[in-house]
Design a protein around this ligand. Structure first.
Ligand SMILES: Nc1ncnc2c1ncn2[C@@H]1O[C@H](COP(=O)(O)OP(=O)(O)OP(=O)(O)O)[C@@H](O)[C@H]1O
Ligand SMILES: [Mg+2]
Length: 503
């Protein structure tokens, strides 16, 4: 390999056909005289544009015509020409220098063209140089060089992460891998599971309980997850009413009076609430507004007057902590959009409450397609206030435009799967931690199940990883109409069951 050009933080290197270089791989340019080396990453591989090459290529078919006779090429020029035709130009991005064995971000110097030596820098060696140590290792899979990609759970701690990519490329799969890694190391994880695809993390592919099964707690709002009004408390109720149910200001004020009235008399229950609204002295419009919200809350089935039916969220989190880690999965797959917002509002408010009083340790929150249930003001809250309290969020989405630009800018780690759409590529390339050219060039060519990891977990050296398989029932698949025997079997079973129930 030979150094060809440098412009800004881009370096162009000429590579010959017998040198094996991959997109996403790292090279080291060693300049012995300067006593420094430069670390660069190959982000694109192109043909070397040698003058006259087009003419040469155009001429070749003529030469290939079977003309009888003997080729006289005593100086073996043909092989040289072919060699030049196949020479490649590597477009590389500078990622820092090594001087006296130490890594520095310096990229301003110019390595010598004549006596620099360019070698491949294996990714495991790069990890060593950059000081990536894994105190709490999570194995994500392997690098393009088939060495393990191991990240440190500490680098997810206190951080904001984003997993994004095209549909079906393996985002939820990676997120499950991170969840299991975190709970193995004793963390508490809360998952807002929109598609109900995390609930089987405690089962292996053969439907048998696996080593995580005791640590997986599935909450289905309205079924095994209900709360009493007392648990909800007035501030949380007010937030649900104003943000999820759009209750206007005057009605909200009346609701607060009614709540206090019932609370003082120790009569706080759903039943009493409806009676109180009915009897309350206020304008009919306010009454109607309150009643409509009352019925929405009632029909969500999330509230109960029976304390033995209610679930104490704090106890559940504490149990997960005492068990040495656990995942609380909020299955929102059967909830309507309003119900989802009510439940999420409660859970986040409760978390904030418990954390601010130091009643629980920090939690990791995984939110799939958060724009479908997270209210506007929460986005900023999650990256600022809630992070300080100890809620460390990972957003997972296949629509990068649903995550605000400032969230990208503040993200500490970004896991990017394939994107081909220019618009999507443009959005992700705006993330501050990412060099736009690197991202777009690599992400566009990523095969499924491969992801470009950026940020703290890789010490800002973008690394491509092939995500490993999981021996758990992942259930991420989309249901198809054609070719899905499993779906047909499930439907038959369900119909038989319902027929039995009717008999
Ligand atoms: N690294 C992997 N190894 C093996 N199978 C995988 C891997 N990643 C994903 N899969 C499988 O591919 C399918 C799609 O993956 P997944 O549900 O994670 O995609 P997704 O990006 O979340 O899709 P969607 O956008 O629809 O949510 C699933 O059946 C999953 O089990
Ligand atoms: Mg998914």
């Amino acid at each position: 390999m030979r150094l060809y050009k440098k412009a800004g933080n881009t370096i162009q290197i000429i590579s010959f056909p017998d040198e094996d270089v991959e997109k996403g791989g790292y090279l080291i340019i060693e300049d012995k005289k300067a006593g420094k080396s430069m670390i660069v990453q190959v982000i694109d591989i192109q043909f070397a544009n040698v003058p006259g090459i087009m003419e040469e290529l155009l001429r070749e078919p003529l030469i290939d015509n079977p003309i009888r006779g003997e080729d006289v090429d005593p100086l073996d020029i043909t092989s040289h020409i072919l060699y030049v035709q196949d020479a490649r130009l590597l477009i590389c991005k500078i990622h820092g220098s090594i001087e006296d064995g130490k890594l520095s971000p310096d990229s301003s110097w110019l390595p010598s063209r004549t006596h620099s030596v360019i070698r491949k820098l294996p990714i495991d060696r790069l990890m060593e140089v950059s000081g990536m140590v894994s105190v709490f290792p999570i194995n994500l899979g392997e690098t393009i060089e088939k060495t393990p990609t191991i990240i440190d759970a500490c680098n997810l701690d206190g951080k904001l992460n984003i997993i994004t990519g095209r549909k079906g490329t393996g985002k939820s799969h990676l997120s499950k891998l991170l969840v299991l890694g975190l709970i193995t190391h004793g963390a508490t994880v809360i998952i807002l599971d929109l598609n109900g695809e995390y609930k089987n993390l405690g089962l292996d592919v053969n439907d048998k309980r696996n080593e995580f099964s005791d640590k997986i707690h599935v909450l289905i709002p309205g079924a095994n997850f209900k709360i009493t009004l007392l648990q909800a408390s007035l501030p949380v109720m007010m937030r649900i009413l104003t943000y999820a149910l759009d209750l206007p200001g005057t009605s909200a004020r009346e609701f607060r009076h009614i709540w206090r009235f019932l609370e003082e008399r120790n009569m706080l229950s759903f039943h009493e609430l409806s009676e109180a609204i009915r009897r309350w002295q206020c304008n009919q419009q306010v009454k109607d507004a309150l009643f409509s919200r009352y019925y929405t809350l009632l029909h969500s089935n999330f509230f109960t007057d029976n304390p033995s039916e209610a679930m104490d969220f704090e106890v559940l989190i504490r149990r997960a902590e005492d068990d040495g880690g656990g995942a609380i999965i909020l299955d929102l797959s059967n909830s309507s959009s309003i119900d989802r917002q009510i439940v999420v509002e409660y859970v986040l408010a409760k978390l904030q409450d418990l954390l601010s009083q130091w009643r629980i340790r920090a939690v990791f929150l995984f939110a799939e397609e958060a724009h479908l249930y997270l209210r506007e003001t929460y986005w900023d809250d999650i990256v600022t206030r809630m992070r300080h309290f100890g809620v460390f969020t990972t957003f997972i989405t296949n629509q990068p435009n649903t995550i605000r630009e400032n969230i990208y800018r503040q993200a500490d780690n970004i896991f990017l799967f394939n994107f081909v759409n220019e618009h999507d590529l443009e959005i992700i390339s705006r993330a501050a931690r990412v060099d736009a050219e690197t991202t777009v060039s690599i992400v566009r060519d990523l095969p499924p199940h491969h992801c470009l990891i950026l940020g703290e977990v890789v010490k800002d050296f973008p690394i491509i990883a092939k995500i490993r398989q999981l021996n758990v029932k992942t259930m991420g698949e989309t249901r198809f109409f054609f070719v899905n025997n499993h779906a047909i079997r499930m439907m038959k079973e369900s119909r038989e069951k319902s027929a039995e129930n009717h008999q």
